[in-house]
Design a protein around this ligand. Structure first.
Ligand SMILES: [Zn+2]
Length: 260
């Protein structure tokens, strides 16, 4: 068994790879141990996912949408309760408290005199750090292809060997070459909810698909809380995707044709 990224023998690897980071709410889209070796799995966790998840943009998303990390923690957010008065807000998914707000003692007279008291928090931003997001997309694109080939050892071997995929593989794993462009745009409101046939109301955390354009290109499309990210697997070029959007009235490939 060879690793999808470094192509080394991954027979003894133990770690289960998450296509979308677990700390963004993904517990189901995973690859069995060995598809990605332990060294590559650890590299992505430390060098790509961690800095992305700890960027101000992703901390705001994880906080506002209460997405717990795998340790069931929601990252705290630093806001203000008044001019020059910081407030440290921690939300919880477990236990008796929904949130705690910590302020310095000089904020107390202000909080007592001001009615109503308001905590100002950084808002959501739809523009993720481009290079980290594109390296995550490069990784997730290849892993999504691998996921479709589970149980097909010949297909998996040719995926690992395919030289056409080496540029994006090496960009994702080693950061090789120029930054790979990705598209980022909002396709539905971050708070949008869906009612299931059971009557349960849920948010859609992430969804993904491939787009094959008439130019023979392959794009990977991933939406996380309604922010659609898109990457071309074969080339550092988004023109085919832009042309597809033009032709399709700026619909999302996730909700178009066979995908709708
Ligand atoms: Zn590897």
């Amino acid at each position: 068994m060879l690793c999808l990224f470094c192509k080394r023998d991954s027979q003894g690897s133990r770690s289960v790879e998450h296509v979308v980071p677990e700390s963004l709410g993904n517990t189901t889209m995973t690859l069995p141990a060995g598809t990605v070796c332990d060294a590559c799995n650890n590299y992505f966790a430390v060098k790509v996912e961690k800095p992305l998840l700890e960027s101000p943009e992703l901390i705001a998303l994880r906080f506002h949408e209460t997405i717990p990390s795998k340790k069931r923690r929601i990252p705290p957010l630093l806001g203000t309760v008044g001019p020059g008065l910081p407030a440290f807000v921690q939300r919880y998914v477990d236990g008796n408290f929904m949130a705690t707000i910590s302020v310095e003692s000089d904020a107390l007279p202000y909080l007592i005199s001001e009615k109503p008291s308001v905590v100002n928090l950084p808002a959501l931003v739809d523009n993720w750090p481009a290079v980290l997001a594109s390296r995550l997309m490069a990784k997730a694109a290849l892993e999504s292809l691998a996921q479709r080939l589970l149980g097909n050892p010949i297909g998996m071997r040719s995926l690992v060997a395919d030289p056409q995929l080496d540029p994006i593989r090496e960009y994702g794993r080693y950061g090789s070459g120029k930054p790979w462009p990705i598209s980022q745009r909002r396709i539905y409101d971050v708070e949008k909810s869906w009612t299931l046939s059971t009557g349960e109301v849920v948010q859609r955390v992430w969804e993904s698909d491939f787009l094959y354009t008439s130019f023979g290109e392959v794009y990977f499309v991933l939406a996380i809380f309604g922010l659609e990210l898109c990457i071309n697997l074969l080339d550092r070029d988004l023109r085919g995707y832009a042309a597809w959007l033009q032709t399709n009235n700026h619909a999302s490939p996730l909700y178009h044709g066979k995908n709708s």
